[in-house]
Design a protein around this ligand. Structure first.
Ligand SMILES: Nc1ncnc2c1ncn2[C@@H]1O[C@H](COP(=O)(O)OP(=O)(O)O)[C@@H](O)[C@H]1O
Ligand SMILES: *[C@@H]1O[C@H](CO)[C@@H](O)[C@H](O)[C@H]1NC(C)=O
Length: 325
């Protein structure tokens, strides 16, 4: 393992194909500083990522992301390693897993904003939602052509392009095959290098198992912050390996070691939901009054039914709940 991995002390899984649940599975770069975001031959410059980038991302995640110490650590490590590597061998591929409303889209946006000003509004950041953009199974050949030409066209315009795939577990196997070559260890494909691009896959796969681990910690009186990647290893690999819906995804991407990091998102507690409400009110210029915050939080539903620890929808419905006030 590279030094920076050891320094960060995060759990690593071994050999390729071993199916690491958390931590790098591919061949991570060495931590040589500098040379970041420089346009390569044939690529227009589109991002000036620098060492400041990682620090800014860290500050932002610390300030805005609640209750996700593992996701925070893995993402910072992944990004620092990738951006500090002057010649990555493959694009950065992150797979974000967890219950709905726990911050997967949110973190992807923060990451995207730090790479390209404007985030999702930037023409270098692309969001695809399986059930929205690739809905019709009779259109797969068309989608395949489109998706490949979009990735090709956008990466040739900007090597640092960011592609986010939401609902990855619902993506048609044909489309997974379509994107697979771009994720692999190729120096170039038809004259274009994809090695500086960033792919982020979001799914709920493994969310229930992550929740189970969090619940076990809670029930035995241990702190949430003490949950380590290794505690989730088996949960995540089980989920991704045994879930029949993610079978294609597994065999096509995971077994081939194309996913660099699995990023777990924990279910959110009452106190995190209150923090979301607080933030949302502030961002609307409302005075975050504790009574109102509690009132909004009380309208959310929590599980397990008797213990009521985790929010059913994470922070997802907070915005619409505040609209009412
Ligand atoms: N861990 C979190 N910390 C801060 N805000 C969060 C968190 N999780 C969710 N939110 C808020 O809830 C909204 C919906 O979450 P989202 O990222 O879309 O969930 P997911 O993609 O995991 O289903 C976000 O835009 C954000 O405002
Ligand atoms: C870039 O991707 C978008 C979809 O996000 C697509 O509409 C556009 O045509 C692509 N650009 C190129 C040059 O392929």
């Amino acid at each position: 393992a590279a030094l920076w991995e050891q320094l960060l002390g995060l759990a690593l899984r071994g050999a390729p194909g071993a199916g690491g649940a958390a931590g790098p599975a591919g061949a991570p770069g060495t931590g040589a500083p500098g040379g970041v975001g420089v346009a390569r031959r044939g690529h227009a410059p589109c991002s000036s990522g620098s060492l400041r980038f990682a620090a800014a991302l860290r500050a932002e995640l610390d300030a805005r992301l609640f209750g996700q110490h593992l996701a925070r650590d893995v993402i910072l490590k992944a990004v620092a390693g990738f951006f500090n590597n002057p010649s990555p061998k493959k694009p950065l591929v992150l797979s974000l897993h967890g219950w709905t409303g726990t911050g997967k889209n949110f973190v992807s946006q923060i990451l995207a904003e730090n790479v390209h000003k404007g985030g999702l509004r930037s023409k270098f950041v692309h969001l695809f939602v399986s059930t929205l953009h690739f809905l019709r199974s009779d259109q797969i050949p068309l989608y395949t052509d489109q998706l490949q030409s979009w990735i090709r066209g956008n990466v040739s315009a900007c090597a640092r392009s960011v592609f986010i795939f939401d609902e990855m577990d619902k993506l048609h196997p044909g489309l997974i095959d379509a994107i697979k070559p771009f994720l692999d260890y190729y120096e170039q494909i038809d004259g274009i290098s994809y090695q500086r691009a960033i792919f982020i896959f979001l799914s709920n796969a493994g969310g229930d198992l992550i929740t189970q681990v969090a619940l076990d910690f809670w029930r035995s009186g241990r702190a949430r912050e003490d949950i380590q990647l290794k505690d989730l290893d088996s949960a995540l690999s089980l989920a991704v390996y045994n879930n029949k819906n993610s079978g294609f995804w597994r065999s096509r991407l995971i077994d081939r070691n194309l996913i660099d990091y699995f990023v777990p998102f924990l279910p959110l507690e009452y106190k995190h939901v209150k923090m979301c409400i607080h933030t949302e009110m502030q961002s609307r210029g409302l005075q975050p009054d504790e009574a109102v915050v509690e009132k909004v939080a009380a309208e959310m539903t929590f599980f397990p039914r008797d213990e009521r620890i985790y929010s059913d929808k994470g922070c997802k419905t907070v915005q619409s709940k505040i609209d009412v006030y």
